[in-house]
Design a protein around this ligand. Structure first.
Ligand code: NAD
Ligand code: DAU
Length: 351
């Protein structure tokens, strides 16, 4: 019997991690802590919300007293920390919120864990979920490995890099048992439609412009979200204290090529002629400081812990498009209200 705190469990990746742990480990108690910001949605967890080993706590990770009280209440064995502000475009408009949540929120969890586990750290683990963006932009080829120097270039990645540094500082200074993993771009069900893939599927369906930043030449390395959740499970249980693991599927795509694949798959499922929706492609101003290329080398995770992705990209993207087309109600719910204002302001076009 273990009691594990998962933060940000109502978000995209967090909901897949919560679902996996609740279903796979009936003997564990899984406590999902989430503030339910615009990105957090309990509808992401409808299928497991009544499971006997699942508890939801609506809290802000920055509220140190509330977090301390939670550690006293549940006596956690481990923390899997995903709660964060996660969208680069929002970080460019509002860096303060990113610094507060991603840095101060992480610090508050670290301090609460340190205090709760001060007499005995046996079997305890603070597992911090981070991103490949902390390594910067690969302008001249190569891959990010675990020892690549940090070079964050957006307010989002700077805040994540800072939180990674605090996690390692708590390990080095106070002996807190920690692991950090840095993953590439995720895609799949329940991703908030501000991110490229769900935004574009939704727009293709609704015959709305597809806003491609710059020339569409930036490269990202895409991983199906369930494979990230599987990696997190493996690392939580088998990873070594103090280590860092990179997670990625060696699956690089230029944005414009990926967009054409999405169009092809979506048009087919909507019964449109092949490539019909390419007319929706609209080149818009580039993202400020737009990183050119990310590419993760996950050899260490493969060699040491035996992880590999379960899905090929073609299968993953088809499953994903299917899911968004079949879950229009979910999309309608998350794109109502505040989302409309965000969208108009971000893209300066009426939705
Ligand atoms: P998301 O934006 O979908 O979800 C974030 C969740 O955190 C939401 O449920 C939100 O309500 C919650 N949250 C935000 N602020 C909070 C606060 N102050 N207190 C409590 N809860 C709060 O994010 P995601 O895409 O699922 O990313 C999850 C984590 O994985 C993040 O740490 C992100 O940096 C990291 N990551 C994401 C990707 C990706 O491709 N999405 C890749 C690598 C790493
Ligand atoms: O690499 C991991 C990171 O991937 C995570 O840490 C972040 O939380 C996650 O949001 C993601 O960051 P990106 O900025 O790479 O993802 P996004 O979906 O926002 O954009 C993917 C690419 O598509 C990027 O090059 C910008 C481009 N883009 C994005 C949007 C939203 C467009 O061309 N048009 C758009 O409207």
């Amino acid at each position: 019997m273990k009691t594990i705190l998962i933060t940000g469990g109502a978000g995209f990746i967090g909901s897949h991690v919560v679902r996996l742990f609740v279903n796979k480990y009936p003997d564990y108690k899984i406590v999902n802590l989430d503030k339910l910001t615009y990105a957090g949605n309990l509808a992401n967890l409808r299928d497991i919300e009544n499971a006997p080993n699942y508890i939801f706590e609506k809290k802000d990770i920055c509220d140190f007293d509330a977090i301390k009280t939670l550690f006293d209440k549940y006596n956690f064995d481990g923390v899997i920390h995903l709660a964060a502000e996660s969208h680069v475009d929002r970080s460019i408009k509002d860096p303060f919120t990113f610094a507060r949540t991603n840095i101060m929120g992480t610090l508050s969890l670290l301090q609460a864990a340190k205090e709760a586990w001060k007499d005995n750290t046996d079997g305890k683990l603070f597992y911090h979920i981070s991103t490949d963006e902390v390594y910067g932009s690969l302008e001249n080829g190569g891959f990010f490995v675990e020892t690549t120097s940090y070079d964050p270039r957006s307010p989002y990645s700077a805040s994540k890099a800072s939180s990674d540094h605090f996690v390692r500082a708590y390990h080095n200074t106070y002996g807190l048992p920690i692991i950090v993993s840095n993953c590439s771009n995720n895609y799949g069900p329940y991703q908030f439609p501000e991110k490229l893939i769900p935004l574009f599927i939704n727009n293709i369906r609704n015959n709305k412009p597809l806003p491609v930043y710059g020339k569409g030449e930036n490269i990202r390395d895409w991983l199906y979200v369930v494979d990230h959740a599987r990696a997190i499970d493996l690392i939580y249980h088998k990873g070594k204290n103090g280590e860092t693991y990179n997670i990625g599927g060696f699956n690089e795509w230029r944005n414009i090529d990926l967009i054409k694949v999405m169009i092809k798959v979506t048009d087919k499922l909507l019964g449109r002629a092949e490539g019909e929706s390419e007319k929706l492609i609209t080149y818009v101003s580039d993202r400020a400081g737009h990183d050119l290329r990310y590419a993760i080398d996950s050899t260490k995770l493969h060699k040491e812990l035996g992880w590999e992705p379960s899905l090929q990209f073609e299968e993953g993207i088809e499953k994903t498009v299917h899911w968004y087309l079949d879950n229009q109600e979910w999309l309608d719910q998350v794109t109502s209200g505040e989302y409309q204002k965000y969208y108009e302001n971000m893209y300066k076009i009426k939705s």
